[in-house]
Ligand binder design. Structure first.
Ligand code: DX5
Ligand code: ZN
Length: 232
């Protein structure tokens, strides 16, 4: 199968109802989500705490698409196997999480998952250059990680475009995460991102009893991104 460069919407369940993850995941998938994004935070690398491996394992049977696990933890290496065993399809670790990101990415692949490399806004994308050979995806953060609902950092658009040029035609996804909504989706798509994480902009206004709102939100983000690509 050829590499899928089309726009993929990945709702972040950080914005879901924390008492109802199974139904929330089923609802966003039924309403058009391509991937499900799981934000793992450790209260150390980022100032917030979320999901350990048992929680991620409990999400697994509900995810029929792709379980995309974003690790905002340091150290990260000791936990890779546990998140792979929990069923992550993609495991993304931060470049800033330790001194040996190349080893981390190799360990993710060895554990049987696709390897993602995340970059904080303060990290130049050029730092990813020597690591691209062990990457299936690069995540360019468009907020400082830690919380949903933050404002998009527009200066990251130039970084995305530079990364796009660095990657060329290699089969590596560019993901963006933070402040993605119908107004910023066209900008990141045009700059070269193909995987768009969105938390508040997907879950806003909806619920498991009103899942149609999720569908409308997902379609509006996707259409805005695709229209920008068609116009380019
Ligand atoms: C931020 C997380 C994001 C967050 C996105 O640390 O990595 O995935 O949930 O939330 P929104 O889309 O609300 O900015
Ligand atoms: Zn994330």
């Amino acid at each position: 199968m050829s590499f899928d460069r089309s726009i993929k919407i990945a709702p972040s369940i950080l914005s879901a109802d924390f008492a109802d993850f199974g139904r929330e995941i089923a609802a966003v998938e039924a309403e058009g989500a391509d991937w499900v994004h799981v934000d793992v935070m450790d209260g150390h690398f980022v100032p917030n705490l979320t999901f350990g491996p048992p929680a991620v394992k409990a999400f697994r049977p509900h995810v029929k698409t792709v379980m995309d696990v974003h690790l905002m933890i340091a150290p990260v290496d000791p936990y890779i196997e546990a998140y792979a065993e929990a069923g992550a399809d993609i495991i993304t670790a931060h470049l800033e999480a330790g001194p040996h990101p190349h080893r981390t990415l190799q360990a993710i692949r060895a554990a049987g998952a696709k390897a993602g490399l995340a970059l904080n806004p303060g990290t130049p994308v050029e730092a990813a250059g020597p690591l691209l050979e062990v990457c299936d995806m690069v995540l360019v953060m468009t907020v400082n990680p830690g919380f949903g609902g933050q404002k998009f950092i527009a200066s990251q658009l130039d970084q995305i475009a530079r990364l796009r040029a660095m990657i060329g035609d290699r089969p590596i996804h560019i993901q963006v995460d933070g402040g993605i909504d119908p107004s910023t989706a066209p900008l990141v798509a045009q700059a070269g991102a193909d995987s768009l994480v969105a938390g508040s902009a997907v879950f806003r206004g909806g619920s498991v009893d009103k899942p149609g709102v999720y569908g409308e939100n997902i379609r509006t983000i996707r259409n805005a991104a695709e229209a920008a690509l068609a116009a380019a």
